[in-house]
Design a protein around this ligand. Sequence first.
Ligand SMILES: NC(=O)c1ccc[n+]([C@@H]2O[C@H](COP(=O)([O-])OP(=O)(O)OC[C@H]3O[C@@H](n4cnc5c(N)ncnc54)[C@H](O)[C@@H]3O)[C@@H](O)[C@H]2O)c1
Ligand SMILES: [Fe+2]
Length: 383
Amino acid sequence: MEKFEIKTSIRFGEGALESLREIEGNKIFIVTDPFMVKSGMIEMVTRHLAGKQYKVFDEVEPDPSVELVTKGVKELLEFEPDAAVALGGGSAIDEAKAILHFAGRMGKLPRIGLTAIPTTSGTGSEVTSFAVITDRDKGVKYPLVDASLLPECAILDVDLVKTVPQSVVADTGMDVLTHALEAYVSVRANAFTDALAEKAVVTVFKYLVRSFKDGDDREAREQMHDASCMAGLAFDRTSLGLNHAIAHNIGGKLGVPHGRTNAILLPYVIEFNAELGDFGKKEFNRAAEKYAVLAELVGVGSGNVRAGVKNLIRLIRRMQAQMKMPGSFKECGIIPDKYREAEDDIAKGALLDQCIVTNPRVVTKEDVVEILKKTYHGQHQSS
Ligand SMILES: NC(=O)c1ccc[n+]([C@@H]2O[C@H](COP(=O)([O-])OP(=O)(O)OC[C@H]3O[C@@H](n4cnc5c(N)ncnc54)[C@H](O)[C@@H]3O)[C@@H](O)[C@H]2O)c1
Ligand SMILES: [Fe+2]
């Protein structure tokens, strides 16, 4: 038997932020990043908390660290809130989830609910039981996975993503695509997660470049915001795969933003998973067949699995080029010695990452090293 449940209540569309008034309790702990306070965007949230007492923890930095979570736990315990709100990108939402998780484990505060309000369209963290925390000393990102991390409520408001700068739109949008693709070929995929992943993939190809080009394109930004959440719902059930397993280890060591790392890896991981082999090959694995289905859905299919997979990869690379994204880690400014030095640890770490378990193809350390060598220079072998 399989089960499909959505525990988080999702509010979207006109007036969605008004549901903040439904939060029970009088003391609200708000976790956010400094930009939300400086830009005044936080007032879009606090104006719905009239009559309540709130404390703003606004120190979130991209890729929250273990130390920051420890600091947040201390402030949360001092304030003793009745509920928590996270406002920001994946970093703010993950920080809030981790703070609540560790405070709960210390047993010093009754379990409190989290309302997650994403201001980027990328991680889907508002509906997932994952939180990614970075150990800066070891250079490793740890995905925490626990059902208790699931937010009680997610609020999607397009007005909060209007200000996202182009580079962040590109990075986070490619994160959405990677989530959807990894969920689609995961060994845990099912008909329901496939429906969400397919919708997310089609939406990204239709709207991401539009959203990148024009922050005032409300339809494109809204569609991407919804797609991000749908991809999150899919991968929360299926988990992810090799792409994220490597990205979690590169991100911590080389400091390249999460979505950008995923985007660089994506064509190579698809190629690896699809095992296209020689031209004479007639039988393809399940992942290759599923990538080819997606190629059909986004209008680049050809009735042939090999051509479908290759066309899908080409389309991804074209979209990256349209958004002027780097196609290699070299282009991100990583110096060769630093990369070579990190290679072995990245490969070992990727094989230990929880996401590797659901990858459709079994992976060895040599496979990861080969992908890392290709992604440094970005010479894509298959096209
Ligand atoms: N929990 C999950 O399921 C999950 C999934 C994937 C990734 N992640 C993690 O999420 C983090 C990345 O999150 P992200 O990609 O959303 O980026 P982010 O939260 O790190 O934000 C990136 C930058 O964008 C800025 N920003 C955010 N919203 C903005 C807005 N509306 N206008 C202008 N600027 C804005 C932030 O201030 C920050 O400088 C990584 O640590 C990654 O590992 C978590
Ligand atoms: Fe991601």
